[in-house]
Design a binder for this molecule. Sequence first.
Ligand SMILES: NC(=O)c1ccc[n+]([C@@H]2O[C@H](COP(=O)([O-])OP(=O)(O)OC[C@H]3O[C@@H](n4cnc5c(N)ncnc54)[C@H](OP(=O)(O)O)[C@@H]3O)[C@@H](O)[C@H]2O)c1
Length: 363
Amino acid sequence: MLDESYIQIAIELAKKGKGKVSPKPLVGALLVKNDKIISAAYRSSPEEDSAEIIALNCAKENPEGAVLYTNLEPCCFAGKEKDCAEILIGSKLKKIVIGSPNPHPQLGGTTIKKLRKAGVEIKTGVFEKECNELNKFYFKHVTQSFPYVTVVMASTLDGKIADKDGNSKWITSVESRSFVHELRTEYDAVLVGYNTVKMDNPHLTVRLVEGRNPKRIILDRELELSARDNLVKRNYDKNLAVLTSKSNKTKKKKVDKLAEAGVEIIYVNEEKNGRLDLSHALKKIGERNITSLLVEGGRRIFTEFLNNKLEDELIVFLGPKLLGNGIQLSDGMQIKNLRKAVKFGIKDLDKIGEDACLKLVRR
Ligand SMILES: NC(=O)c1ccc[n+]([C@@H]2O[C@H](COP(=O)([O-])OP(=O)(O)OC[C@H]3O[C@@H](n4cnc5c(N)ncnc54)[C@H](OP(=O)(O)O)[C@@H]3O)[C@@H](O)[C@H]2O)c1
């Protein structure tokens, strides 16, 4: 089999760790000897050894002379006992084939250099684009300390995200909503504005699919979140946080009540116009080792994230409906004419249930 085919298997193995390994990267590894796979492994939790080490430990045969395939450059930090590069050198592998280099600032190709210096043959860049896409959360977080941000919205054909009474249930089909739940299982956290909590009283869990719930984060300048909201009432896993203005530190009674309900309160700087500084909010989120954030609305949140170019990706579910009037998805953008329009490229286009699903990146 070709190197490409084995790296593809490593990618599929790595995907099994989605939603489970953060803040560590997704890694799959294979050991191949005489055209036979003698070991296959992936990382399934952040505490676990990296996939290459598991593959070496689980090999059915002596790995000496085998080829190791992995989607990501192994780390060479001092691990639990020994650094991975030293273990790989000691295993006397014939060759190592790597998908993408590890962009960690303290790593930057050091493992590859170390292995080459020790005489191990190294091939890099096999399916690099796919391998980079696989670890986009980890890459953004280790290089910028911010989470990877995906803004996801449901819109009618005429750009409405809710009717004129603020009701958005349901613009899209159950299949699209299940897809969003699937995304929630993969992202470390979801974020909505407090008006959405007031209007929709959401749970922000993954009821429609199997998997773990993400952390729920509410942007709430005035600290209005209360024990009446479903999110607080059902905060069983104590994984709810609220981003609020530093000026609310004085609302002692409210702060204590939320803390009692297991809500983490994260204080954020205000901008001159009184709005919460979203870059500071993202910095605070990144500091908590949250590598990926799904921004789910509503209108002001969508507008502010897009206006400030804070999204890495935009996913729009288009329900084949017209509302005529209602809440516009990007209200308040001051764009003079078509030439100045915010432009996106289509990364992917799918039909999900009754709806169109567009994955977009800024051009
Ligand atoms: N179709 C969809 O995909 C979808 C998804 C979610 C929600 N919705 C709909 O959207 C509507 C709610 O939207 P909305 O615009 O009223 O409210 P929103 O975007 O849900 O929430 C805005 C909240 O965030 C706070 N905030 C603090 N700093 C901010 C900043 N820098 N930028 C923006 N907001 C900041 C605002 O506080 P201050 O006002 O005090 O600054 C306000 O409490 C509902 O009708 C809901 O059903 C639709």
